[in-house]
Ligand binder design. Structure first.
Ligand SMILES: Nc1nc2c(c(=O)[nH]1)N[C@H]1C(S)=C(S)[C@@H](COP(=O)(O)OP(=O)(O)OC[C@H]3O[C@@H](n4cnc5c(N)ncnc54)[C@H](O)[C@@H]3O)O[C@H]1N2
Ligand code: MOO
Length: 390
């Protein structure tokens, strides 16, 4: 059996980075930038007022000083003349500061009588003027690769970029397998349960930028699995769940290999997730996730999310970790790297007693996974452990 790190490296080695495509900025939220965005202008393009008030030329005006208001500068409609000593221009936030003005006095600091204003308060240290190019300058860049969040989208817009080059979305086909499965809302037979894994997998993949195709449930027969593999054609990545173990009905690996899949590995030294399998079928990467719900979700967290990031040009490294003190002691770990369901609270991290990989209720109550090395010894309360936020 290979280690988790080795399995992740082998999956990454199967992947091909996705090509770039142009996308309208309004549709680019969450997409991964494939080419730098270059600012086409300075921001602000002119020295701009930071306040509603009066632009004056005397930067050192004192209480009692008076000015004649000679015009107005609004956002979008500046004042074309210039300001000299003893003069003021009524100005609003975002308006270009007129030539000759060196300070904007807040309107709260003056009284106005007709076209004459009198400074009533001592001036602030700041001039209330945003210099031209103070935010960014023409030629400044948003550097790829980078996932475009709200701040980056607004920055790209301000840089006057209507279209961006982003990595194509990975197309992920998800195939649940098993005679025991029916979809939520259907009526299960006496020996059946409701399929749940695809819902978590779909949500996780979509949150990572993928376009997901949910395939019909494949039954535990060669024919049904072959049909489902056929329906997966064209996907960049196929995720199967279930049928990965060693039972007589666990046919996913054998069918995939009969169809031509080259296997990269089968079985990983981890818990949950031991019967993980990966390979390549034509251009499609196939990852066979274990059927146990928690195992499939933990494997997606540890292997699939990094893979999707790597396909889009981001790092395929292990998910980021944090540390936290244990709220209660925990026994020694076995021979596999263990991802234990736990809850991080003010008292530290509480590892749940029940760690069976079928328990979705326990996973649902968890907000972290505690990652423990193989044969990690028993740990006392207060000792620091590594956690992954989920
Ligand atoms: N003799 C051995 N038996 C098992 C081993 C082993 O090493 N030797 N490994 C165990 C481990 S660990 C796991 S994990 C499971 C994985 O088995 P499969 O991937 O073949 O999964 P299934 O048998 O199809 O299902 C396991 C379990 O999960 C339920 N399931 C499956 N798919 C779904 C779904 N889409 N939604 C909800 N629940 C699902 C299924 O009904 C089973 O209860 O094998 C162990 N056995
Ligand atoms: O290791 Mo299996 O993936 O727990 O239940």
């Amino acid at each position: 059996m290979i280690t988790v790190a080795e399995a992740r490296a082998r999956i990454l080695a199967l992947l091909t980075p996705l090509p770039a495509e142009p996308v309208a900025l309004r549709d680019a939220a969450g997409r991964v930038l494939a080419e730098d965005i270059v600012a086409r202008r300075d921001q602000p393009p002119f020295a701009a007022s930071a306040m509603d008030g009066y632009a004056v030329s005397d930067a050192d005006a004192r209480p009692g000083d008076q000015f004649d208001v000679i015009g107005e500068a609004a956002a979008g409609a500046g004042f074309s003349g210039s300001v000299t000593l003893g003069e003021a221009v009524r100005i609003f936030t975002g308006a270009p500061v007129p030539a000759g003005a060196h300070r904007v006095v807040m309107q709260e600091d003056v009284t106005r009588d007709g076209n004459r204003i009198t400074l009533t308060d001592a001036l602030d240290a700041g001039m209330n003027i945003r210099p031209a190019g103070g935010d960014f300058k023409r030629g400044d860049r948003i550097t790829a690769p980078l996932r475009l969040g709200p701040a980056q989208l607004a920055l790209a817009a301000a840089m006057n970029t209507p279209v961006v080059q982003v990595a194509r979305r990975p197309v992920v086909a998800i195939m649940a397998t098993g005679d025991e499965l029916v979809m939520p809302g259907e009526t299960p037979g006496p020996d059946q349960i409701i399929a749940s894994n695809s819902f978590a997998l779909r949500a996780m993949c979509e949150a990572e930028g993928a376009e997901v195709r949910l395939l019909p449930i494949a039954r535990d027969t060669r024919e049904s699995l072959e049909t489902a593999f056929d329906l997966a054609r064209g996907a960049d990545l196929l995720l199967t769940s279930g049928g990965a173990s060693v039972g007589a009905h666990d046919l996913v690996g054998p069918v995939a290999e009969a169809l031509g899949m080259e296997r990269a590995f089968y079985k990983v030294l981890m818990r949950p997730g031991k019967p993980l399998m990966a390979g390549k079928l034509g251009d499609m990467v196939v990852v066979g996730l274990p059927g146990n719900p928690v195992a499939s979700i933990v494997c997606a967290q540890i292997f699939i999310l990094p893979a999707l990031r790597a396909m889009q040009g981001l790092s395929g490294d292990a998910p980021p970790e944090d540390t936290a003190p244990l709220a209660a002691p925990v026994g020694p770990n076995g021979p596999r790297e263990h991802y234990m369901r736990a809850r991080l609270g003010p008292e530290g991290v509480e590892i749940f007693d029940r760690q069976d990989s079928s328990l979705l209720s326990v996973l649902g109550a968890a907000n972290v996974l505690v990652r423990r090395d193989p044969h990690d010894p028993a740990r006392a309360a207060g000792e620091t452990v590594r956690i992954l936020h989920i």
